[in-house]
Write a protein that binds this ligand. Structure first.
Ligand code: MOS
Length: 748
């Protein structure tokens, strides 16, 4: 695939749209990039968590003396001596805050909950000390299974979305249907397992704290820490230059990260705490299991008359987070009657949290599977059925879409994949080795959001510039794309722009989450750059000695380090000349990424895509291999096609993982996860991933934000899992409604 794209709205000579390689790449491949666990301040101690092996009850006894007596152990932090927090960790001081277990009592609310922290001179001593604690518990019978216990109606789902929403009357819609389908799909619990586990290196200096920790939202972390420790936020510096994967679990501080800070406070020395891989299964959030019932009605020619999507999911005993599977059915397909509802049950598990495409990922696998089942009922091609129900406006609200190139996604993906050659019936294709071949497709979608953010741009007299914002790069490419956006705003080549990110000493870059990071940080950077240029233009156009004097209403344009008159391009002046004449070495300005644009009320804003999958299934053994994936996505302006493709690949690979691999299995009696390791909790490896192609479909959106950015981080996983489930059916004729699809389910 060509790396470059040329879209009509791209300016000539602009950095935006160029496939620049990752600016952080050399640091990462040479090992120069320092992640939290690489930070080693003078006098550093190591902390190791002990976590509960029961799911419900309380800790009756810990052999603290044995751990303290171990050579090298400096202290053992338990609820008896843990620093008292100024604010209860059960108190939510921001809309995204979660209740946290921070050794403020002896209760146990889930297996894997931290119950003590051992601090020692070496990691080995801390690890051995933690093993000597020999906890004794007063244990109660836990509730673990999805649907066990009282059903409740969530106060809200996902990040504050309404629990139910719809239009028309589902029963009326079903009554007029020629064809009806009700099917229930299940998705498994998944646990975030970024390469970099949650960690912290904390150092106190009196009541000032410096904290290295991987976070998708440094300023939100700072504010919550200020609340816990009763100190002003300006006393806290949170630093995270490199983040080894977050996927939602590092959006908001988790217990292990804060326990490290408490441990450092307790011993008065810098402390490092790194979560062990098996400890990732519990205290840092997860994607809850779901049971989704789709109720569809359609006319003989395939027009939906009813679309019902009910989700049952699970939250913890002590907090509320509900996987918002129903969101997609609110805008993806046109139907006179739509009903989307959610219910939950409480279990003795850690609180679920955002995981890449929260809601949409498990939601879309159910919706796309059901559409495929309906297509079979109606004897329609699955793509034809989707086109038949294409939503020209957002079906529930009637709002127009700010932009929607989904038709082009369907068409370009189908063309590239060769969809037209697909036989309608299952079990029609085989390869030379006799493996069954199946083709399936799914629609991808994710909302285009934006948050508050701030950036600063400084232009120096030597023709270089500095862009600063606390925004995060967790692999998605902020180190590169924010520099590209800054360079364009400043009229400079990207090589002359230095970017600083990942530090709360920099302007608040907002949150890298919800696929909003590039829009938020990008708009802040763009506005800061524009303001700096406006300041520079002010210096020149008001100075009679400048060739730009009196450029007036026509104004000036920044290009290649010069300001050029719009009314006479032969008259220009370099940034350096302007600053020198004004007697300044630099000029700086701040800019905001302004959160929700007013146009959001008038328009529905979503990115879209279409994913086509080929699988091969061994007819005797049931072994499934994905052999081809083609995704075509339209998500507004493409800042960097190389990195956007990389995001789509990552999302699509996670789609493979959702469809075929990931499944955290609880022991229902103990409440412990039986496969809390990367040997038994399966994620795809290279051998599982086929040729993956991502087509960038041109889409110009004048409403989402002035840069036209929709966000690409999460959409790839949606659509993909459904496409694979549908391809497995097409290969075998067996419809598996329990995700992940594994060979036992195919053969059973
Ligand atoms: Mo994403 S799940 O909002 O980091």
């Amino acid at each position: 695939m060509p790396e470059t794209v040329s879209f009509a709205h791209q300016r000539h000579g602009s950095s935006i749209g160029q496939p620049i390689t990752r600016r952080d790449g050399p640091d990462k491949v040479t090992g120069a990039a320092r992640y939290t666990a690489d930070v080693r301040p003078e006098g550093l101690l190591h902390a190791v968590m002990a976590v509960s092996t029961i799911a419900k009850g309380r800790v009756a006894h810990l052999d603290v003396a044995a751990a303290e007596g171990h050579p090298g152990v400096v202290a053992v932090m338990t609820p008896k001596n843990a620093p008292t927090l100024a604010k209860s960790p059960d108190e939510k001081d921001n809309p995204f805050a979660f209740r946290l277990d921070l050794l403020q009592g002896d209760h146990v609310r889930y297996a894997g909950q931290p119950i003590a922290v051992v601090i020692a001179e070496t990691l080995e001593a801390a690890t051995e000390g933690a093993a000597l604690l020999a906890p004794r518990y007063v244990s109660e019978t836990p509730v673990i299974a999805l649907g066990e216990g009282d059903l409740l109606t969530p106060p809200a789902v996902g990040a504050g979305s309404p629990t139910s929403e719809g239009t028309g009357d589902l029963e009326d819609g079903l009554a007029v249907a020629d064809s009806r389908l009700t099917a229930t799909y299940e998705t498994a619990a998944q646990y975030h397992n970024a390469l970099e586990p949650h960690s912290s290196v904390a150092e106190w200096d009196g009541d000032r704290l410096t904290l290295y920790t991987p976070s998708q939202a440094l300023w939100i972390a700072k504010a919550r820490l200020a609340g816990f420790f009763g100190i002003p936020p300006e006393n806290i510096r949170v630093i995270c230059h490199y983040l080894g994967g977050g996927f939602g679990s590092k959006g908001f501080l988790s217990p292990p990260q804060i326990l490290g800070v408490m441990a450092s406070k307790l011993v008065g020395r810098p402390v490092k705490l790194v979560t062990r891989r098996e400890q990732m299964f519990g205290p840092v959030g997860h994607r809850a299991p779901t049971r989704q019932t789709l109720t569809l009605g359609a006319t003989r020619d395939g027009a939906l008359t009813a679309l019902g999507h009910h989700t049952l999911t699970q939250t913890s005993s002590y907090d509320d987070f509900y996987e918002a599977c129903g969101l997609i059915a609110r805008h993806l397909y046109a139907s006179p009657a739509i009903s989307t509802t959610h219910e939950g049950t409480r279990a003795d598990i850690g609180t679920p949290i955002f995981m890449r495409a929260p809601g949409e990922a498990p939601g879309s696998v159910a919706v796309e599977s059901a559409l495929d089942e309906l297509a079979l009922e109606l004897d329609l091609d699955p793509l034809e059925l989707r086109l038949k129900n294409y939503a020209e406006v957002e079906p529930i609200t009637g709002r127009p879409f700010s932009s929607k190139a989904l038709r082009e996604c369907y068409a370009q993906g189908a063309e590239r994949f060769g969809w037209a050659k697909r036989p309608k019936a299952p079990r029609q294709l085989r390869d030379a080795d006799g493996l069954l071949i199946g083709w399936g497709m799914g629609t991808a979608t994710y909302p285009a959001g934006m948050m508050q953010g701030e950036a600063r741009a400084t232009i120096h007299a030597d023709g270089t510039a500095l862009i600063e914002t606390s925004a995060q790069d967790m692999g998605q490419g902020s180190w590169t794309v924010l520099a590209q956006i800054g360079a364009d705003g400043l009229g400079l080549p990207a090589e002359r722009v230095t970017l600083r990110i990942g530090d709360t000493d920099l302007p608040n870059g907002g949150l890298a989450g919800g696929s909003t990071g590039t829009a938020t940080g990008g708009m802040a950077v763009h506005n800061a750059a524009s303001s700096a240029i406006a300041g520079l233009a002010g210096l020149a156009t008001n100075d009679p000695a400048s060739p730009l004097y009196g450029a007036g209403n026509a104004g000036v344009t920044a290009r290649d380090g010069r300001l050029v008159r719009n009314d006479d391009p032969t008259r220009s002046e370099s940034f350096g000349e302007i600053l020198a004449r004004a007697g300044r070495s630099s000029i700086e300005a701040k800019g905001q990424g302004a959160g929700e644009p007013a146009s959001r009320k008038a328009y529905a804003m979503h990115a879209h895509g279409a994913v086509y999958a080929e699988v091969k299934v061994d007819p005797d053994l049931g072994q499934i291999r994905v052999t081809r994936l083609v995704g075509a996505f339209a998500a507004g302006r493409v800042i960097n096609p190389r990195l956007v493709r990389s995001q789509y690949y990552g999302g699509m690979i996670w789609g493979v993982s959702l469809a075929l691999h990931e499944h955290a299995v609880h022991d229902l009696r103990s409440g412990r996860i039986m496969n809390a390791n990367l040997a038994e909790y399966h994620v795809p490896v290279n051998a599982d991933i086929p040729s993956v192609e991502a087509i960038l479909v041109e889409e110009h959106d004048p409403h989402v934000n002035p840069l036209g950015i929709k966000g690409v981080g999460e959409i790839g996983i949606t659509g993909t899992a459904g496409a694979i489930a549908n391809a497995v059916w097409h290969a075998t004729g067996v419809r598996v409604r329990e995700i992940p699809i594994t060979l036992d389910k195919l053969l059973g």
